[in-house]
Write a protein that binds this ligand. Structure first.
Ligand code: IYR
Length: 228
């Protein structure tokens, strides 16, 4: 018998166990699928239906997070005028960044990616998703309460969102203009929400290229150690 605990619980509703061989196949199939995800900077203006973005956001909203406060907000921008404002504000920050604010070491690290202050994709891609983390948010009774592990929660949800969009057949770019406080004003989000990432999504351009550098992934032995 499970010990009696002082909270309401429901039986684990939808867990599926697979035979080990199937587990292996599924693990490998997912590895191969997610390995086809590449950060893209060349987007097509081709429209993407809103309902597909909504479904991917619902997937992101299932992410594990601090105290289940779900301390995130996704502001989805499709309005060309707002996209133009975001591009102008982001490029202003990026010009300062690439002109020296970043420092020589950081700029050297970015050279193999070929990035620069020009961000045309912010107007070309059909959707920009500004991802905010809320330091506090209203509970069911409307009273503001503190949130926990906000950066961790928002980052995990963003990972789910990127995987969901990729799985649906869309390309993404995790863009981080710094600072990006301008997103609060443009997206009309309150001061207790901090912008974390501006996720660009849509179809890749027909002739999209990616930096070769980005295709070089560390082998397992470099990213993991087993203590057995
Ligand atoms: N935010 C800048 C710079 C930049 C920083 C890192 I770290 C990257 O991996 C890529 C870009 C830009 O978007 O250009």
């Amino acid at each position: 018998m499970m010990p009696t605990r002082d909270f309401e619980s429901v039986p684990l509703p939808d867990y599926r166990e697979y035979p080990l061989e199937e587990m292996r196949e599924r693990a490998e199939a997912f590895r191969a699928e997610i390995a086809r995800r590449h950060t893209v900077r060349d987007f097509s203006p081709r429209p993407v239906p809103r309902d597909i973005i909504e479904t991917c956001l619902r997937a992101a909203g299932t992410a594990p997070n601090g105290a289940n406060h779900q301390p995130w907000h996704f502001a989805v921008i499709g309005d060309p005028a707002l996209k133009a404002r975001i591009r102008a504000a982001a490029e202003e920050e990026e010009r300062a960044f690439y002109a020296g604010k970043a420092g020589e070491e950081w700029l050297a690290a970015l050279r193999p990616l070929g990035t620069d202050p020009q961000k045309p994709f912010l107007e070309i891609a059909p959707w920009l998703i500004a991802i905010f983390g809320a330091r506090s948010s209203p509970s069911a009774d409307g009273v503001m309460r503190k949130n926990y592990y906000v950066p961790e929660s928002v980052s995990i949800a963003t990972g789910f969102l990127i995987a969901a969009l990729h799985h649906a057949g869309l390309a993404t770019l995790t863009h981080t203009p710094s600072p990006m406080g301008f997103l609060n004003e443009i997206c009309r989000r309150p001061a207790q929400e901090k912008p974390y990432i501006l996720l660009v999504t849509g179809y890749p351009a027909a002739d999209a290229h990616i930096p070769r550098h980005a295709t070089e992934k560390k082998p397992l032995a470099e990213i993991a150690s087993f203590l057995i």
